[in-house]
Design a protein around this ligand. Structure first.
Ligand SMILES: [Mn+2]
Length: 242
């Protein structure tokens, strides 16, 4: 079979916050592209697009969807007002994430969410987020490491019934660059992995098409050659038909 086409969601970026939207760049960290290629997929970067039909049309061209990292979701999407500690927003990216996840799922195409991506998956299916885990008393692990992004910092425990278990075993060291996290897990999902302080680090759909989200950045570790994180991308690309 042909190599599956993996749609990689991108963000609009600019070093100058006052720059008009039309002058921003479509941006995606290259480690996502490298990790998809290494796992046998063909990467196709998908830009934010105005209107549901354009996003749905793009999803029609891919075999699987990779929801990448980025800034915070607008909290009204999960029924909250912005709290102290909330970060920057991107309505274009929110639209791209939520419509593409919904469309991919409706067409039975696998979805893999990373960092912001796990948060978008959870919100898309009706879950909620902690807006700033530094303000959560029980959150005692540092989830924004100082070490470089290819190096792991904290432990995650993996559930025995998780799709991650054959890939990572019962625990793994991961990197961590997030100040938000899943609060209420969306109906129909289970927690696949959690940090020692209870912060949710992975969720997955219990039944039906492959939908997986992880809170860490496996692409940064995979691009540096980490065998377990390379296997994680292989798991996703295989689910897409690779
Ligand atoms: Mn973490």
């Amino acid at each position: 079979m042909d190599r599956p086409v993996i749609g990689i969601l991108s963000s609009l970026k600019s070093g100058d916050p006052d720059l008009s939207r039309a002058n921003k760049a479509v941006s995606v960290p290259y480690a996502y592209v490298l990790s998809v290629l290494d796992a046998g997929g063909l990467p196709l970067v998908l830009p934010p697009a105005d209107g549901d039909a354009a996003v749905a049309g793009m999803v029609g061209k891919i075999d699987g969807l990779l929801v990448t990292g980025g800034n915070d979701l607008v909290p009204q999407l999960y029924g909250e007002e912005p709290g102290w500690g909330q970060g920057s927003f991107s309505p274009e990216r929110d639209h791209l994430d939520l419509v593409s996840i919904r469309e991919a799922y409706a067409r039975g195409k696998p979805v893999f969410g990373i960092c912001r991506g796990i948060q978008s998956v959870n919100v898309c299916f009706g879950g909620t987020l902690y807006q700033d885990i530094r303000r959560v008393e029980t959150c005692t692990v540092n989830h924004w490491q100082n070490a470089e992004s290819s190096r792991p910092s904290h432990t995650v425990g993996v559930g025995r019934d998780s799709v991650l278990y054959p890939v990572l075993g019962e625990s793994a060291l991961t990197n961590s660059f997030h100040h938000q996290a899943v609060k209420r897990v969306a109906d129909g999902f289970r927690v696949g992995a959690a940090a020692k302080d209870g912060i949710v680090e992975a969720i997955e759909k219990e039944n039906g098409p492959f939908v997986l989200g992880v809170q860490w950045h496996p692409e940064q570790m995979a691009a540096a050659g980490d065998p377990a994180m390379r296997r994680l991308f292989a798991l996703f690309v295989e689910a897409c038909g690779g």
